[in-house]
Design a protein around this ligand. Sequence first.
Ligand code: SF4
Ligand code: SF4
Length: 439
Amino acid sequence: MKHSFFGGVHPAGQKESTRRKPIARLDPQPQRVIIPLCTGSLGGAEPLVRPGDPVKVGQPLARGTDGGVGVHASVSGRVAALEVRPHPWGGSLPAFVVDNDGQNEPWNDCPSPLHLDEITQSLLLERTQWAGVAGMGGGAFPTAQKLEQAAGHIDTLIVNAAECEPYVTADHRLLLERSDHILQGAQVIAQCLGAKRTVVVTEGDKLNAVEAVERRLRKRGVQMELCTVGTRYPLGAERQIVQTVTGRETPADRTALDMNCLVLNVATVFAIQDALFRGRALTHRAVTVTGGAVARPRNLWVPIGTPLRCLLECCGGLREPPELILTGGPMMGIPQNSLEAPVVKNTNALICLTKWERRGQRPETTCIRCGKCVAACPMHLSPIFIAQALRQNRTNRLPALHPQDCIQCGCCSYICPAGIPLIELVRQAGELLEKGGTA
Ligand code: SF4
Ligand code: SF4
């Protein structure tokens, strides 16, 4: 097993309650789904249906504009409204409210499934764009755009199944249960984009998934590598995974594509495979519902747009009041104020943490100059100096400390024995620099 990026931390995995649980269908199905018009991190979307229109599963509700991704109905029924609703990324945004008729009727005009030998680069891009695929591991970057930028420029395709965030096991289960589909998807993407090397990266603690992939690789006889890495956070971050696989260190102002690598999350690869070989749009995804406050933690296969409340209902509800509710993992997840916010394309987990799970949170004391935050920062920053410069109003020091290079991984805050909110302070310093607010 490899370990080859700088810094990082080893938070407790906390995956035991869901790692052995197969992805189960959400039951009962939601009575209505809330599908935000915007589910990608770029561009916009233009509505294609209006309130009152009947819709079927897979029918486009909006088409992406300015490089954005479209959205599709994840249930059949009727559009009840297009109105502002809570969004899991924060705030409220326009969303389709679709009343579910419970019939799950598929849309008849979905494109037909393709055969392996007829898939070309243009068909791959076209189908990925049609299916509304966006990065499902966190960033929600429009995938068709990413594939287009990578075409002919990459030598390595990395399928990211590292899932280094504590608690989350949705990608682990997907890799274990759908390894054949994922390997087929990766093979086609690599062929179409001209990648010479394809590497599936996972952590060494996912032994059953590693065995499943090894078995499939032997059976398929394809040129593909499986890279098993020692568990360390943030291995799943793009720069760190590129360095682990290729040894290439991505400068702060460059991306993985500049290093001739394309990194796709394992769920994104599965969604592309589904669009190519089954003609299906991205309408469902795997979500881990867990945390000490959840009665029966599980992995669920969920229609996009399902309110978070319905996921909890399917897991037996709450057994005690949660101290914190998050979508995503505890290191980089987004705190949620409302359980009415829906699952979107990059929601990999719903985590309800109890008070006892958060007791590691320390009250802030004075820095003891231990240097742990510097040793843990995978971007080679000095979080303590950035924090001091900001708090002491010595903002003229900030440009030399490069707070804008922070990837918001949270390692510094996690490791700090003085409980200093370093990630917040580094974020504030980066924003200040971007606004040109140095003295
Ligand atoms: S400064 Fe940013 S990149 Fe470095 S450890 Fe803290 S959050 Fe992560
Ligand atoms: S980890 Fe915390 S206590 Fe240690 S040097 Fe950094 S800010 Fe100071």
